[in-house]
Every structure is written in C-alpha cells, then in structure tokens.
Design a protein around this ligand. Structure first.
Ligand code: ADP
Length: 550
C-alpha cells in the first residue's frame, strides 16, 4: 500500500489503523490510533511489535495472514496484557481498549489487493454510516411529524426529547423542557419524587410494555388542565432504561363525551317526567273507578261499624237499669254466643274492607309518586296480578270483567315495574274504551302472558271492542293521535317508548278466529264469542327474559 493511500483512507475509519513496513516498523497511523493509544509521531519508525509487545508467534501468524491477503486484525487477546484484555504500549496499559480491534496494513509496493480491500472497507463503512444516518433521520422525522406527542424520558424522569406535537399539546418549547423532570407536566399523581416516577412508569409491573394506555389529566404551560391518553413503553439503550411517553390530546373528545352523557341524562329525566305526567293523566281517567272502588269498602265499613255499635248498645241496655249512672261503677256484661258472633263477624268484615280500600290506595300511591325510573327483577305474572287491582276498579265501573291467563311458572324480567304497570293500564283502558264504543254485548277483557321461543315473554290484552280500522293503524303509536273526544293520544306513544327502553317490542292486531280459539283452549270456562271474526283488537308487548342462574 502506498503511504498516500493509507493517509486518505485511514482517516475515514474509526478503528485504530497502523501502516507497517514488512520489517515491522510503523510507517503511519490514523487519528483513532492517536486518540485511543496516545500514539505519537515519536513512535513512527519504531517496531510495532516491540511497542505493543506482541509475541513472536503472533507476529508470524499476522504476517502470514497479510501475505494471504486475509484481513489482518489484532485484538487485545493477542498482546501481552492478555489477562486484562487491555493493550499496553511501551509497557503502559492503555485504558478503555478492552473491545478495541487494531487493523494493520503492510507497506509493500504493489500490494494492490490490500489497497483494494481497504478501499472496500471504507466504502462498506461509509454505506453503513449513511444508512444509519438515514435511518436515524427517518426515525427522527417520524417522531417529529407524529400526531401524538412523544417525550423520551430517562430512568430518573428527566425529559431527553420532546417532539413538535408534544410542544403543541403542552405549550412548552422543547429547548426549555428538555432536561426538566417529567413531573413539570403535572400528570395526575405523577410528582417529582423517584417513588412517584416509578409508580407512573410501572403501575402494573410489566417489563416491556410498561403500561396500558390510560386516560389522565395533565397541565398545559398556561396552567389549564386537560385530558390525555398516555402510553408508556420501556426501551433499553446502552444498558440504561429510557421511557417513551406517547401522549394524545383527548380533551375535546372527553368533553364531547361528557356533554353527550349530560344530554342523555337530561333527555332521560325529561322522558321520565313525560312518562310520569302521562301516568298521572291515565290515573286521572281511572279516578272515577278508584273513587268507586274505595267508596264501596268505606260504605261497608260504616255499615259493619253501625251493626257493632247497635249490638253493644242493645247488650248494655239489658245489663244496666235505666237510672244507673254508667260511668260510676264497673259493669259486667254477659254476651250470648250469637251476640259475640255478630260482633266478631262485624269486626272481621271491617278489617277486610279496610284492607281492600288500603290496597287500592297503596297501588295508587305507588303509581303517582315515583318519577325517576328504577329497574328491578320482576315476576311478570305477579306484576300483572298487582296491576289488575287498579285496572279492575275501572272495568267494574263499566261492568266489564278482567280475566288473567298467566303462562306457567315464574317468568322473570328486569324492568321498571311501575312503568310496565303503566303500559298495561293503558292497554286495558284502551280495551275498555273500545268495548264501551262497540255494539258487541260481550263484557270480558283478557290479559295473557306467553313464553316465546326466543327467550322473550309476551303480554297481550285482548278486547272485544271495535277493532282498529285500517286507516288508523299507521298512526296508532304517533304522539297525540286519538279518536276520543277526551283523549290525549299519548298513551300508546309513551307505552312504545317505555317498551323500547326495556329492549322489547310493542304491537297490535285485530283479533281473528285463531285469537279466540287459542284463548278458549287456555281458559276452560271461557266460551269464544259467536261472531269470532272482527271482534276486537289485541295490544301486546314483549320483553326479554332476565338471565337468572338458579
Ligand atoms: P288515547 O287513549 O288518549 O286516545 P292512546 O295513545 O292510548 O291515546 O290511543 C290512541 C288511539 O288508538 C285511540 O284514540 C284509539 O283510536 C286507538 N286505540 C288504541 N287502543 C285501541 C283498541 N284496543 N281498540 C281500538 N282502538 C284503539
């Protein structure tokens, strides 16, 4: 190799390089050799092998390699200070050379293959460096242009890098924030202590993916708090952990979600209010029946109380002479068995009637009071039976009878019981109205529950009224659609809303012969109407069965 070639190429190589004459004298060296080995100009002209104390066997091997044009490489292992794996030069150990490789090139005129090899080596390294630089530039560009904020943080919590998106998100300039502790960004619960930092980067104790994404609050430079989605991953560089914090500004999304939730809550309250108002209106329609229903037991109570009073008066009259002052002394009264029976019977009746009136009032209070919706587990058959206590007050007033044909067993649904009662009362009231307007002489209204194969239960109210004319069918569930002079037209539209919020379906059908035949099969004492077709309508709703584990 020519010495000029060596000078050009050697300076591009970061490994230490030496040019040696074939007698072993050092002819030249590169920058890396001078910085790593403190190799000086004074050493030029001295024997490389003496300077580095390389043993004779290695020299022979080395020279043979050179002749065969193999890459002539010497490692710290080849030298005398083998145990320490460090080089020594002129007897002085050279620090930090543990993994250093020395390349030597022999100066022999005309040794073109070696020159070519060196040129190749330079090219290879340049290409690697170019690729490395380009990949580094690429990685940097990716981080810089990322939509998400990226902060690289040291294992002690110091910010090492802060991309443009992070600058935008937080309002801090990279040059001001780099070198600061990550705690300055005031993440939820992430303070400045080592403890806080460890907790923040490793809340679940995972090694590589340090934490799953989580939504927390942080603070902008102007002091305003905002929501971010934070993901932290761990990278080990040069045996030190660093953390990549990926930060996404989700403030707008969270605020929008909160607004939607608030709006939904407001809508729900409005809906509950409307449902409640409609319920009160339905109850208003039931008022006459309810008054009648409560009045009946009250009249009975008054009568039985009178009977008791008279019986006692009669007994007293017999027991006391006329001029006795009644409250002056204790009196012993004898009752015959008949008299005692009358008194006991009257009191029993009074208690029964009071309970009957109490029941109606209890149901009424339940329906009037509550506004907000409450869901619980209900046996649908029990719920229908309870509803009939109130609905019957209306039916009786119109001289109609209600028959309930329950499906077998207990059928559980998750529902707002009061709202379901409201739907049922609506259906029954509509049935009663339709029957009052019809010329049919039948006076029975049926309520039936059926289990459907699809894990739904169906509740149907079957009347014997006018039926629903075709031109009205489309509008039946429209708000304010009514054919009644005093109707509001809200009953069915609100019922539809209630059933849909319960995950069920609502519908109607004009009755057919099949309706009555099926009913007759279920209900032994029932005789289907003679003119089976065109007799009344059925209103129904379905509800999903509750998933109960026995
Ligand atoms: P309203 O009872 O105040 O009229 P609804 O929404 O409960 O309001 O009913 C709307 C209309 O649907 C009624 O006016 C009536 O014309 C019709 N309708 C409801 N149920 C029946 C039924 N069982 N038979 C015939 N028509 C019915």
């Amino acid at each position: 190799m020519r010495i000029e070639h060596f000078q050009i190429f050697s300076q591009c190589i970061s490994d230490p390089l030496f040019l040696i004459a074939d007698d072993g004298l050092v002819l030249d060296y590169n920058n890396s050799a001078s910085t790593q080995f403190q190799f000086k100009f004074d050493h030029v002209g001295k024997s490389f092998f003496t300077l580095f104390k390389v043993d004779a066997q290695i020299i022979r091997h080395f020279l043979r390699e050179c002749n065969e044009c193999d890459e002539p490489v010497l490692s710290a292992d080849d030298f005398e200070s083998r145990s320490k794996r460090l080089y020594s030069i002129e007897g002085k150990t050279v620090p930090n050379t543990k993994n250093t490789v020395i390349r030597c090139f022999l100066k022999r005129e005309g040794m073109n293959p070696l020159t070519a090899k060196l040129a190749d080596e330079v090219k290879r390294r340049e290409s690697i460096e170019r690729k490395l630089k380009s990949s580094q530039a690429h990685a940097k560009a990716v981080v810089e242009t990322a939509v998400d904020g990226v902060a690289i943080v040291s294992d002690t919590g110091i910010i090492l890098s802060f991309n443009t998106a992070a600058e935008k998100i937080f309002g801090h300039k990279a040059e001001n924030i780099i070198g600061e502790h990550i705690g300055v960004l005031k993440f939820d619960d992430i303070g400045y202590s080592e403890e806080d930092f460890k907790k923040a980067v490793n809340p679940v104790g995972l090694a590589s993916l340090v934490s799953n994404h989580r939504q927390i609050q942080a603070q902008r430079k102007d002091g305003s708090s905002f929501y971010i989605d934070l993901g932290i991953s761990e990278v080990v560089v040069n045996q030190r952990k660093t953390y990549t914090w990926i930060i996404r500004d989700i403030h707008r999304r969270i605020i929008a979600e909160k607004q939607v939730k608030k709006q939904e809550e407001e809508d729900r309250i409005q809906r509950d209010r409307l449902v409640h108002v409609a319920r009160l209106s339905t109850l208003g329609e039931l008022a006459a029946g309810i008054a009648h229903e409560v009045n009946q037991p009250l009249t009975a109570i008054a009568n039985y109380a009178k009977v008791s009073e008279r019986s006692i008066q009669r007994v007293l009259k017999k027991a006391l002479p006329e001029d006795t002052e009644q409250d002056s002394m204790p009196v012993f009264i004898e009752l015959t068995c008949d008299q005692a029976d009358i008194l006991i019977e009257s009191n029993k009746k009074i208690s029964e009637q009071a309970q009957r009136a109490g029941q109606v009032i209890k149901h009424l209070r339940g329906l009037i009071k509550r506004e907000a919706s409450e869901t619980a587990l209900f046996n649908i058959n029990a719920l229908v039976t309870e509803t009939l206590v109130l609905a019957e007050t209306d039916a009786k007033l119109h001289n109609f009878a209600l028959h309930f044909i329950p499906t077998e067993g207990k059928v559980w649904v998750m529902a707002d019981g009061i709202q379901l009662q409201q739907v049922l009362i609506n259906f029954i009231r509509n049935g009663i109205d339709a029957m009052s307007n019809s010329n049919n002489r039948n006076s029975e209204l049926f309520i039936r529950t059926d289990l459907l194969e699809s894990d739904y239960v169906k509740v149907t109210v079957i009347d014997q009224g006018t039926g629903i004319p075709e031109d009205k069918q489309q509008k039946l569930f429209d708000p304010f659609f009514t054919t009644k002079s005093t109707g509001l037209g809200l009953g069915l539209s609100i019922s539809q809303n209630i059933i849909h919020t319960h995950g069920g379906k609502i519908g109607f059908a004009n009755n057919t012969a099949e309706t009555w035949d099926s009913l007759a099969k279920q209900c032994a004492e029932y005789q289907p109407p003679r003119s089976q077709e065109n007799t009344g309508a059925s209103l129904f709703f379905t509800l999903p069965l509750a998933n109960i584990k026995h």
